[in-house]
Design a protein around this ligand. Structure first.
Ligand code: NAD
Ligand code: UDP
Length: 324
C-alpha cells in the first residue's frame, strides 16, 4: 500500500511510519514540524519507500493516490496544545476535513488518532468507549478536547454520508523514545529531571491517576485496529493505573536518581483519574499491552540520556555528535 501519515515526524507518528515501512508499505509523512522533529525521521533519510513532505495540513494539500490515511497531526502535550490553541482547534477541524477529503477522493481507508481526553475529567471509571465524557467546553484544555471530539464527529460523518472506511483510535497516555524532551508531559519531565538530578515536579498532591502505555504496544494496537472492520472508537492504552506520585517514585527507582519531589500547583481541569477499559480492543483486535511501566521506563532511559546530551551540546554550541 501507499500510506499517508499526517504528523509522521512526531513521537507516535514516527514509530508508526517505522512499523508501516516494516510491513512493506510506501509511506508519505506530512508534517509541519510544529511539535515534531526531523530528528525522529532522520534514520529514514535514505529509505526509498519513505517520503517526507513539510506541509501544514490545515491548508489544502494533495500527495497523490494513497490507500490508507492515518491522521495523527496535532499537538498532544497539554503544554503544546495550550501554547498553540488555535492551531490545535484547526488541525482537528480543518486538518481532519482535508485528510478525510483525500480519503474520499482516493477511496482510501482512514484512521483518526483520537484521545482519552474525549472523556475529559471522567466521572465513569475506568473509561469505556460508550462513555460520552465530561469535558469543560470553554476551559483551557477545550482547544484539544473539543478539537478531537469534533474530529471524531467528522470521521463518523464521512463514514455515514460518504461511505469512507473509517476507524477511530482513542490513545491513552503513551510514552517512550522520541517523546520530545521539553514537551512538558509527565514522563518527559520526570525522566529529564531525574537524570539531571533536579527536583521532580509533581502537580497538586500527586494523587491524580494516569495509565501509561509503552509506544511499541500502542503501535501494535494501531496496526491491529487499522486492519479491523470496526467504525466505532476503540481505546488503546495500558489499563494499569498509577498515581502521579507513584509514577514519580518509579522514575526515581529506574533511573537510580535521588532527586527530591517538588509539589507545584495542579493545572486547571487536570483530569483526576484515567484508565482505559480495553475489553473492546481485547475482543475485536486480540490486543493487550505487554510492557509494564517499569520495563518501559528502562527501555526509554537511553533515549532520554541521549536527548539530554544533545540539548547540552547544542546549548554549549558544540557539534551535536550524539545520534538518536
Ligand atoms: P507529537 O506532538 O509528538 O506529534 C504530533 C505531530 O503532528 C508533530 O510532528 C507535529 O509537528 C505535527 N503537526 C501538528 N500540527 C500539524 C499541522 N497543522 N500540519 C502538519 N503537522 C502537524 O504528539 P504525539 O504524542 O506523537 O501525538 C500524535 C497523535 O496522537 C496526536 O494526534 C495526538 O493527539 C494523539 N494522542 C497521543 C497521545 C500520547 O500520549 N502520545 C495520547 C492521546 C492522543
Ligand atoms: N504532571 C505532573 N508533573 C509534571 C507534568 C505533569 O505532576 O511535570 C501531571 C499532570 O498534572 C497530569 C499528569 O501528570 O495530572 C499527566 O500529565 P501529562 O501532561 O503527561 O498528560 P495529560 O494526561 O494531562 O494529558
Amino acid at each position: 500500500m501507499r500510506v499517508l501519515v499526517t504528523g509522521g515526524a512526531g513521537f507516535v507518528g514516527s514509530h508508526l511510519c517505522d512499523a508501516l515501512l516494516g510491513e512493506g508499505n510506501d509511506v508519505v509523512c506530512v508534517d509541519n514540524l510544529l511539535t515534531g522533529s526531523l530528528r525522529n525521521i532522520a534514520h529514514l533519510k535514505n529509505e526509498s519507500r519513505f517520503e517526507f513532505v513539510q506541509q501544514d495540513v490545515n491548508e489544502p494539500y494533495d500527495v497523490g493516490r494513497v490507500d490508507y490515511i492515518f491522521h495523527f497531526a496535532s499537538p498532544a502535550s497539554p503544554v503544546d496544545y495550550m501554547e498553540h490553541g488555535i492551531e490545535t482547534l484547526k488541525v482537528g477541524s480543518l486538518g481532519s476535513f482535508h485528510s478525510l477529503d483525500l480519503a474520499k477522493k482516493y477511496g482510501a481507508k482512514y484512521l483518526l488518532a483520537s484521545t482519552s481526553e474525549c472523556y475529559g475529567d471522567p466521572l465513569e471509571h475506568p473509561q469505556k468507549e460508550t462513555y460520552w465524557g465530561h469535558v469543560n467546553p470553554i476551559g483551557p484544555r477545550s482547544v484539544y478536547d473539543e478539537s478531537k471530539r469534533f474530529a471524531e464527529a467528522a470521521t463518523m460523518a464521512y463514514h455515514r454520508y460518504h461511505k469512507v472506511d473509517t476507524r477511530i483510535l482513542r490513545i491513552f497516555n503513551t510514552y517512550g523514545p522520541r517523546l520530545q524532551l521539553n514537551d512538558g508531559r509527565v514522563i518527559s519531565n520526570f525522566m529529564k529531571q531525574a537524570l539531571r538530578a533536579e527536583p521532580l515536579t509533581v502537580y497538586g498532591d500527586g494523587q491524580q491517576t494516569r495509565s501509561f502505555c509503552y509506544v511499541s504496544d500502542e503501535v501494535d494496537g494501531i496496526l491491529r485496529l487499522s486492519r479491523a472492520d470496526t467504525h466505532d472508537p476503540v481505546n488503546i492504552g495500558n489499563p494499569t493505573e498509577f498515581t502521579i506520585l507513584e509514577c514519580a517514585k518509579l522514575v526515581l527507582k529506574v533511573t537510580g536518581s535521588s532527586s527530591p519531589i517538588a509539589y507545584e500547583p495542579l493545572p486547571q481541569d487536570d483530569p483526576k483519574q484515567r484508565r482505559p477499559d480495553i475489553s473492546r480492543a481485547q475482543r475485536l483486535l486480540g490486543w493487550e499491552p505487554k510492557i509494564d511501566l517499569e520495563a518501559g521506563l528502562k527501555l526509554s532511559m537511553a533515549y532520554f540520556r541521549q536527548a539530554i546530551a544533545i540539548e547540552g551540546a547544542s546549548k554549549a554550541g558544540r557539534p551535536q555528535t550524539v545520534s538518536v
